[in-house]
Design a protein around this ligand. Structure first.
Ligand code: ADP
Ligand code: MG
Length: 701
């Protein structure tokens, strides 16, 4: 209960330590701190999860046995406390009386009553009614509010808080109540003009209306509150999305102020560019290439995201952009998330550039020391203008002499911070990032708010759609038989396992325990093993043999998930398929069907998978549309999964939800542009940072 002096004191500011609240001593301060609450402002952002509707006063005369959650107003009489035989246990009993009648009241272990509940003190009781052993109506363990002791009492909505470390929701109700006056002096981080334009409530009053909803609120407003769709909740979600958008808008601002490396593209160069590919570009590839080439020739540095489903042919487009940079005497670098993929890009680019004067170098963690030294020196001196690599490219000591175009493949595997670390290796270099994550356009605009968006929405011709089948363990021998016949007919097979080794915690098939079974089932076909624990050169060797066809079957973990491109591969078997997210299955399935061979994806599942799992896999088997699959994944597993668990921000939003607040996210992005245009980005970011975690802006991978 709030002591009266607490409310009369000068209101504390949100930035003040919680220890300044009266009633909060060192022990409570530590407890709150362990729950991440250090300031009065932090407390204000600890929101109730629901509200008890205590607006309607009941009367003793109308109570009956089954009444739950009744609010009464009256006096407690003749309260006595007795100890029971159980040590430290006590029962307090008495009567409660209002203008309509009297009813028994009983509390267990309520030591504090003698101090607070003097005879005839006017109180509110809130609790439920039942029958005593003697058959009388009684109220058991009700909450008590003593009238005139605090402002927050009586007929109202009562907030119910989630506990915080050792602090119960009940305690927090008192503590947050004491912090509430700070909302009166809280400075709103959002300028008033924007608040008005977008119809958002002022922050202080938004917080007040969540912690202390007005008792005269209508039912529809109460429903909105309960569903976290009240204007106040929307305001909090908006601020969080805005903090995120501003981070990206600042990156964008800094970038457009710079002048990008000059590139000229004349007809002769255009011919050299189109001569690179051994095939005709699709219409979508040509359109995206035009957009990129336009960026490269305009003043500010390019910052473009190329989105396109697996197998749509992003690599060749990136290669063409890299050729333009090289021919304009700029260094160019391509960064990939795994050594395997970097190695594959290296090989592929060597092929594509074979008729040009340019040849790439490779930089990964497993390079031998001498070679690495030479490559690193060559990049700094400008001897090597063309590099492909992994995270090794963004290690601190590495320097470029004149990085003009940075390409990041499979962006969703990196964080914004890593992508920007590569950009920071040059003076305003052009940036091209590629992703196969088929997220809806508006979500992409939010997540990649600092980038322009190009979409390759067409697959190269001549692809045969991959046929997907679900098979249970009991059909395993038939599946092996099918694999043998595919291999005999010249096909190559991936078998992907969710685990390297068997684990007690997970009921899933593991690579090491099953590879022998696979070997004996497939007779003389060479089975290669590939996983992340192998040394870099071992991995390279296995992968090379699979590409060349010496190895017919690649038993692997999800290291083959991103980008791996072996056109002869025609079957993808996925073990314990129910363990994977649909988007991940989609990436894996994208490894086959890349050539003209008829291709298959076989999802192996346990005999006893759940209905729900079966439903998801059925949906996956029926469609090859990445967007539809992403949508299903989004619904089942939430956005965290789709945008990569390594990614940061959005999965850490406290109030915002990218699915639910789709439109709000779009608005936040617009507002961040408005703030940029009026020169207020920095100021508003600083203000928001007082209440919201700002690492949203620079997600770390
Ligand atoms: P992703 O977009 O998934 O990175 P890749 O760039 O790896 O796809 O391309 C997939 C395969 O399609 C590669 O083998 C590539 O050579 C081939 N390819 C790309 N564009 C075309 C095209 N226009 N016509 C035919 N094949 C193409
Ligand atoms: Mg790719």
């Amino acid at each position: 209960m709030t002591p009266p002096e607490m409310n009369r004191k000068k209101a504390l500011a949100p930035a003040d330590s919680v220890s300044k609240l009266s009633g909060i001593g060192p022990a409570r301060t530590v407890q709150l701190g362990s729950g991440g609450v250090h300031t009065v402002g932090d407390l204000l952002f600890h929101l109730p999860t629901r509200w008890e509707d205590r607006r309607n006063l009941s009367a003793v005369a109308v109570l009956s046995e089954s009444d739950k959650a009744v609010l009464l107003r009256g006096r407690v009489k003749g309260l006595t406390r007795r100890r029971t035989r159980r040590r430290g246990f006590s029962i307090s009993e008495g009567n409660f009386e209002d203008d309509t009648g009297t009813i028994g009241v009983i509390w267990f272990n309520a030591r504090w009553f003698d101090r607070r509940l003097q005879e005839d003190t006017e109180v509110y009781l809130f609790g439920s009614v039942n029958l005593s052993p003697k058959g009388n109506l009684q109220i058991v363990n009700p909450e008590v509010e003593v009238m005139g002791r605090g402002e927050r009492e009586g007929e109202r909505f009562v907030p119910v808080y989630p506990s915080l470390g050792p602090l119960s929701g009940r305690m927090l109700r008192t503590i947050v109540g004491a912090a509430l006056p700070a909302t009166e002096v809280l400075e709103d981080p959002l300028p008033e003009d924007l608040r008005r334009e977008w119809g958002l409530p002022e922050l202080g009053s938004a917080l007040r209306s969540i912690h202390e909803p007005p008792p005269d609120m209508g039912d529809s407003h109460f429903v909105a509150l309960e569903r976290r769709r009240s204007p106040a909740h929307i305001r909090l979600a908006f601020d969080e999305l805005l903090a995120f958008s501003i981070g990206l808008a600042e990156i964008r601002e800094a970038r457009v102020r710079g002048v990008g490396p000059r590139c000229l593209v004349d007809n002769a160069m255009r011919r050299r560019v189109s001569a690179m590919a051994p095939f005709e570009l699709t219409g979508a590839q040509r359109r995206v290439l035009r957009e990129i080439s336009g960026d490269l020739q305009s003043g500010p540095p390019m910052a473009r995201l190329v989105q396109g489903d697996v197998g749509c042919g992003k690599t060749v487009v990136a290669a063409m952009a890299m050729l333009i940079a090289l021919e304009n005497s700029h260094q160019t670098a391509l960064m990939a998330p795994t050594e395997l993929l970097a190695g594959q890009h290296f090989t592929k680019l060597k092929e594509l550039f074979s008729a040009t004067p340019w040849s790439p170098k490779l930089l990964t963690g497993s390079l031998r020391a001498a070679e690495r030294r030479d490559t690193v020196a060559g990049l700094a001196e400008g001897r090597y203008p063309f590099i492909v690599g992994t995270h090794a490219l963004i290690q601190e000591a590495l320097e470029f002499s004149n990085l003009g175009l940075a390409v990041v493949d499979e962006q969703h595997r990196f964080g914004t911070a890593q992508r920007e670390a590569l950009v920071a290796k040059g003076a305003h270099p052009h940036l091209l990032v590629m992703t196969a994550t088929p997220i809806p356009r508006s979500l992409a605009l939010t997540l990649y708010g600092d980038l322009d968006l190009s979409v390759i929405d067409e697959l190269p011709p001549g692809r045969t759609p991959v046929r997907t089948e679900i098979r249970t363990d009991s059909a395993r021998s038939k599946v092996y038989e099918f694999l043998r016949s595919e291999i005999d007919a010249g096909g190559r097979v991936y078998v992907v396992f969710p685990l390297i080794e068997e684990s007690e915690a997970l009921d899933a098939r593991a690579l090491e325990q099953n590879v022998e079974e696979l070997r004996s089932a497939l007779g003389d076909a060479e089975v290669g093993v590939l996983h992340g624990r192998l040394a870099g050169d071992e991995r390279e060797a296995v992968y090379r043999d699979f590409r060349s066809g010496v190895v017919k079957v690649l038993a692997a973990t999800t290291v083959v998930e991103v980008g791996v491109d072996v056109p002869e591969a025609s079957v993808m078997v996925i073990e314990s398929a129910e363990r994977f997210g649909l988007s991940q299955l989609h990436q894996l399935r994208g490894r086959v069907g890349r050539g003209s061979r008829k291709s298959w994806c076989v999802l192996m599942v346990g005999d006893d998978i759940s209905e729900k799992a079966r439903f998801r896999l059925d949906l996956f088997a029926r469609t090859s549309d990445g967007f539809e699959i992403a949508d299903a994944d989004l619904k089942v597993r939430g956005p965290g999964d789709l945008i990569g668990t390594r990614q940061w921000g959005p999965s850490h939003f406290r109030f915002a939800d990218l699915l639910k607040h789709h439109d709000l996210a779009v608005r936040a992005r617009i507002v961040s542009r408005q703030l940029a245009a009026s020169g207020r980005l920095g100021a508003v970011r600083k203000n928001l940072a007082r209440y919201h975690r700002t690492e949203f802006g620079l997600p770390v991978g």
